[in-house]
Design a protein around this ligand. Structure first.
Ligand SMILES: Cc1cc2nc3c(=O)[nH]c(=O)nc-3n(C[C@H](O)[C@H](O)[C@H](O)COP(=O)(O)OP(=O)(O)OC[C@H]3O[C@@H](n4cnc5c(N)ncnc54)[C@H](O)[C@@H]3O)c2cc1C
Length: 398
């Protein structure tokens, strides 16, 4: 554990993975912010963070217009990373645009896809609805016998290199003066509805103007240190990388099977599949145990049923990761607490947080600097919707 260089910072960020680092970086990129920033990260290997376990895809196929806009900014940010960072060392990145193929097996689900498409088109997305015959013509490998409708968008939707963006957020933020320290925040002192300081596992007490909770699945634990509640818990999600005896001769879109299993291209001849645990309770923060039966009894039969050419497939590697699952409405929780206004949430991203990090990092930096959002109005994610019982509805949750 390391001791920070100073005893006081303007902003202390709890958690240095992709959201904490995005916010740190956007603060440094804002010409109107001149404060000091400390990022406290308990595990600088990030081995157990959600960021390290992600499937790293982005999509525009959301039902809430704001979520579509957030992903459109993500696409722009990723494709123009070098110019955003104003640094020639930053690699040029692109998005592997094979799209998300949503498959609906009921008329109700098909109607949801139709409604969602209207929202997405209004926001400038290029979502197409496909009949089973059209799916078969474009992607002959699918079994569509039980499918009523498909939906796919091939613009700015698919895999992106979240690891590289994360590395550069961190590296560039540090180059610009952000201090990262390997330590754990174990307590937060609040006096008269204001956070005064954070206490580290090393015993150091650091005074701060603002605290940002970017602690992923541990968000509720961090909030509790300040006497606050937030409805976020760790939920297990499994990922498998598999090879096929007969690989497809075209790229496999990120297929959202009606069963809840998803699978996509992952490299020239390998594929990735994922699904939740069943049942799906909150798990211990350190429980990354893999349910091996889940592949054999659930995932593989579904994949082979959907793509008969995948009858012979073999797991190459697998892992269990944690969603920071927002039990209230599975959307981001952003901005200040209603009473303790210098405690800022950046939490609860559930399964779509990686692609939201540029917009949320920029938004939190604007809030800290100006007390308002200037680029995108992110107030629908405000914490106050929770005590007011006004969920932000997003129908396309994975
Ligand atoms: C299997 C899986 C697949 C996913 N697929 C996608 C996808 O395709 N697209 C997408 O957009 N999103 C996806 N996500 C979600 C996305 O990965 C997460 O939303 C995102 O990585 C969250 O980043 P974070 O920085 O908020 O949290 P984390 O990455 O979990 O980081 C939190 C950090 O806080 C640190 N920390 C916690 N408490 C403390 C403390 N008290 N003191 C100091 N440090 C602390 C932790 O060590 C950790 O490094 C997926 C997630 C999983 C698990």
């Amino acid at each position: 554990m390391k001791t920070p260089k100073h005893t006081s910072y303007d902003v202390v960020i709890v958690g240095g993975a992709i959201h904490g680092s995005a916010t740190a970086w956007f603060l440094t990129a804002n010409p109107d912010f001149n404060g000091t920033i400390l990022v406290v990260e308990k595990d600088p290997t990030y081995e157990f963070s959600s960021t390290a376990h992600t499937n790293s895809c982005m999509r525009q196929q959301f039902s809430a217009p704001l979520n579509v806009k957030i992903s459109q900014f993500a696409a722009d940010f990723v494709k123009n990373l070098r110019s955003y960072m104003q640094d020639d060392r930053v690699p040029e990145l692109d998005i592997q645009n094979y799209g998300y193929m949503y498959l609906a097996d009921t008329e109700d689900f098909a109607n949801t896809l139709r409604e969602n498409q209207k929202v997405q088109l209004a926001e400038g997305a290029e979502t197409q609805l496909l009949t089973p015959e059209q799916i078969k013509a474009a992607y002959p490998f699918y079994n569509v016998d039980d499918i009523a409708l498909g939906s796919i968008n091939l613009k700015d939707e698919g895999y992106w290199d979240g690891g590289t963006v994360f590395d550069w957020f961190r590296r560039s933020a540090q180059d610009r003066g952000v201090e990262y320290v390997a330590n754990e925040v174990v307590d937060i002192t609040v006096t008269s509805n204001q956070v005064d300081s954070v206490t580290m596992a090393s015993g150091d007490v650091i005074a701060c103007g603002i605290v940002v909770n970017a602690s992923g699945p541990r968000a509720a634990r961090t909030a509790q240190m300040a006497g606050l509640d937030v409805p976020v818990e760790p939920r297990k999600r499994f990922t498998w990388i598999f090879s096929a005896e007969q690989p497809l001769d075209m790229e496999l879109p990120l297929t959202i099977d009606p069963s809840g299993v998803h699978f996509r291209q992952d490299g020239p001849k390998t594929y990735l599949a994922g699904c939740p645990a069943d049942p799906d309770p909150a798990v211990d923060f350190d429980d990354f145990h893999m349910d091996h039966g889940r592949w054999e009894n659930h995932v593989w039969p579904i994949i082979a049923g959907r793509i008969p050419q995948f009858e012979a497939i073999k797991v190459v590697t697998e892992w269990a990761g944690h969603y920071a699952f927002n039990t209230f409405d599975q959307n981001a929780i952003l901005g200040p607490h209603t009473d303790v206004e210098n405690f800022i949430f950046q939490n609860g991203f559930s399964g779509h947080g990686l692609q939201q990090c540029p917009a949320m990092g920029r938004g939190t930096a604007e809030w800290i600097t100006y007390g308002e959002y200037r680029s995108l109005d992110l107030r629908p994610f405000n914490f106050e919707r929770i005590p007011n019982n006004r969920p932000m509805i997003e129908k396309a949750v994975i």
